[in-house]
Design a protein around this ligand. Structure first.
Ligand SMILES: [Zn+2]
Length: 74
């Protein structure tokens, strides 16, 4: 795989495990322990296409969640 550069600043990207959350129509979706590309320079997080697709499918209810957790709202 060739080196991808940050589309924001041209910095180098490195792979990192993180947790992402998406709020859609009052529902919070948490994606734990996913691999993203993070820019060394500006810290921008780039979500790989395959992961973005998976997140879309999850939000559409096509993928069963591993677990459900209550989320406190303030
Ligand atoms: Zn950057």
């Amino acid at each position: 795989m060739k080196n991808i550069l940050c589309a924001q600043c041209g910095g180098k990207l490195h792979k990192q495990k993180t947790s992402l959350d998406r709020m859609t129509e009052g529902h919070l979706y948490l994606f734990a322990d996913v691999s993203v590309q993070v820019c060394d320079q500006c810290g921008e997080i780039w979500i790989p296409g395959t992961l973005a697709e998976r997140m879309d499918q999850a939000i559409q209810g096509k993928i069963k969640p591993k677990k459900l957790i209550p989320v406190p709202v303030y």
